[in-house]
Design a protein around this ligand. Sequence first.
Ligand SMILES: [Zn+2]
Length: 315
Amino acid sequence: MLRVWAEVLTRDPQYLQRSIIMKLTITGYSTALFSTWYFVEELGLLFDAGDGITAALLQKARKIDNVFISHADRDHLTGLLQFNQLNAREGFPKIFYPFNSSSFPAIETFSKNFDPHVSGTTWKGIKENAHIQIKDDLYVQSIRNNHVPAEKDVFKSFGYQVYQVKNKLKKEYAGLSQEEILQRIAEIGKERMTEQIRTNILTYSGDTPVDDPERWNNTKILIHEATFLGEQELNHANTHRNKHSNLEQVLRMVSRLNIETLILGHFSSRYSNEEIDRSIRTLCDQLKIKIPVYRVLPGEVNRNILAGEPINNTI
Ligand SMILES: [Zn+2]
């Protein structure tokens, strides 16, 4: 094992330094009020489980191991029942949700009574900054957002970040031969020769107002909600109900952050596709946003979002 490791380092010293960002296949549906879910195929991950998720994914839903629900609004969770009864198997799926959302224990109980033949699923409430390991080198972290007003120690609404962890050879050991590396490993141990690099490869905002941009900084791919195009609807909605974002606020925020790719969703169905696309293009031009911006239009399943053309001008 050590020899293999040393060989890799000698052959390709950059190997462990590169953060290996695979091209992710992200499929999603996201329309405010009706349903939201995003499936990340390579990671076996589902963010939110709105109505229709299983009908859209068919057998591919079986690839989902871990489900992270952002909050208990019905458009984010009513697909759980069918998804679970078709896909439950020993130890999977693992369903995670904000610790203080009582809707989930209620669904768990209902699901167990309604489908007593179904077993294997784990349901787990998590607090903010929880680290959930989903692969050897990947974990998901819960990030509190302010969609649902709640006291500091009450957890009702999350975004989620996916981190990749790689071990990088420390600078002082770069350039050693395979034999030298093996010798050093024997002397001081592998751990002391390397340092950990964490890369935020993907972030899902959940439903959220734009209030703490730093939370979303330095992510490779940001999936963010943009429920409204204009300020007026936003003000009206945010005084009466849980809080949302509008497109201009999101793009203004993104223009100041270090993000490589943006996916916008959760648009209100009051807007036409043309209105949404025109607004995105106009604002991206105004704000000089050159990173690729994709969008999930109301009422449509978007398959492999990142394989499509960005909606804005990226040159
Ligand atoms: Zn929603």
